[in-house]
Design a protein around this ligand. Structure first.
Ligand code: SF4
Length: 72
C-alpha cells in the first residue's frame, strides 16, 4: 500500500472502465467524467496500476508514497 491514484480530468473520455471495475472508488461527476469518491474505498497498489493500464485515455496516474510517478 501507499500508492496514490489521480484522475487527469481533462484526459478522461468517460469510458466508464474505472467506474465499472472499481465502483467503490470511482464515480462520474456531473459532466460524466471520472472522479475519486470522497472517502471511497482505498485500492491496493496493484489495483491502481491495473486501473491505470486499463484506462483507454491514460487519464489515471499512479504515484508512490514520495510522489514519484509509477510507470503504467
Ligand atoms: S477509465 Fe479512464 S477514460 Fe474511462 S472513465 Fe475512467 S478515467 Fe475516464
Amino acid at each position: 500500500m501507499g500508492y496514490r491514484i489521480e484522475v487527469v480530468i481533462d484526459d478522461c473520455m468517460s469510458s466508464g472502465k474505472c467506474v465499472g471495475d472499481y465502483p467503490q472508488t470511482f464515480d462520474f461527476d456531473d459532466e460524466e467524467l471520472a472522479t475519486l469518491i470522497e472517502d471511497g474505498e482505498v485500492m491496493s497498489d496493484d489495483d491502481m496500476i491495473r486501473a491505470a493500464r486499463n484506462c483507454p485515455s491514460r487519464a489515471l496516474l499512479v504515484f508512490d508514497a514520495s510522489g514519484t510517478p509509477i510507470p503504467t
